[in-house]
Ligand binder design. Structure first.
Ligand SMILES: Nc1ncnc2c1ncn2[C@@H]1O[C@H](COP(=O)(O)OP(=O)(O)O)[C@@H](O)[C@H]1O
Ligand SMILES: [Mg+2]
Length: 251
């Protein structure tokens, strides 16, 4: 692929425990071009979170390469990896990982403070972002005072607050009912498009493949071939996400 932003080449990941070695990824390879929307579809335990963690430099592969803009991220120092995670990657975790003692606004401020901005600036930017995700009115709520859908919106705001190039969302709809799930996906896709971010998300539900430009199906740690026809007739209405395919930018 010409001008791949991300190249993942033959990734292996094993965990060893006292008794046995568990191989979780068995040779994952794919490339992603700037601006693509990629869905990693797979059942629970197929290796989706592991793949995303490796891509984001949160974890290291047992073997294989990950290139970001042509650079092998496994050769980076701890500081370079920190910068990469802080500025290039926006990560929405499957388990949210909001800081429970901080309110929504403060949670979103964290990455801005980490990049060296003052508290005043961080507060302004964070509030703007919370407004964009429709949660300005709950800026002072603690995570425990928010619904799952609202927590997910805080995570979206926190993920994009430093203008990352790649937005990674690990089962962003996993804990949500289908209506709330649709509205989160729609929000993510609009933001990705508006901010020209590449987006890589995971799901275990074929329903949520409908908004992807490409789908990789993960099965027991390998990407299995699939025909795009597999998902052509899953009975869902693409019109809701038409803005993706039209190239309009009306937000
Ligand atoms: N830190 C770990 N130690 C041992 N096994 C792990 C660890 N993390 C994940 N696994 C195992 O790796 C497999 C894939 O996990 P994961 O990537 O979380 O899958 P998915 O996100 O697709 O549900 C699972 O069998 C899981 O139990
Ligand atoms: Mg997972």
């Amino acid at each position: 692929m010409v001008d791949s932003q991300i190249i993942i080449s033959n990734l292996l990941k094993s965990y060893s425990s006292r008794a046995e070695e568990l191989t979780v990824l068995r040779g994952i390879s794919f490339e992603v071009a700037r601006g693509e929307v990629i869905c990693l579809l797979g059942a629970s335990g197929s290796g989706k979170t592991t793949t995303l963690n490796l891509l984001a430099g949160i974890d290291k592969p047992t073997a294989g390469k990950i290139y970001y803009d042509g650079k092998d991220i496994n050769e980076w120092t701890t500081d370079q990896l920190f910068e990469y995670r802080l500025k290039k990657i926006g990560f929405i975790f499957q388990e949210f990982y909001l800081l429970e003692h901080l309110n929504a606004l403060e949670n979103v401020m964290v990455p801005i403070i980490l990049r060296g901005e003052s508290e005043e600036i961080a507060q302004d930017i964070a509030l703007q972002l919370l407004n964009q995700v429709g949660l300005g009115g709950k800026a002072l709520n603690l995570p425990q005072e928010l619904s799952s859908g609202e927590k997910q919106r805080v995570c979206v705001a926190r993920a994009i607050v430093n203008n990352p190039s790649v937005l990674i969302a690990d089962e962003p709809t996993g804990t949500l009912d289908s209506k709330t799930g649709d509205s989160i996906m729609s929000l993510l896709l609009r933001l990705a498009k508006k901010n020209k971010m590449t987006m890589i998300y995971t799901s275990h539900d074929p329903y949520f493949t409908k908004m992807a430009s490409r789908i990789f199906v993960l099965q027991k740690g390998v990407i299995v071939e699939h025909d795009s026809e597999d998902f052509a007739d899953i009975g869902y209405d693409k019109s809701e996400f038409e803005f993706l395919f039209k190239g309009e930018n009306n937000e």
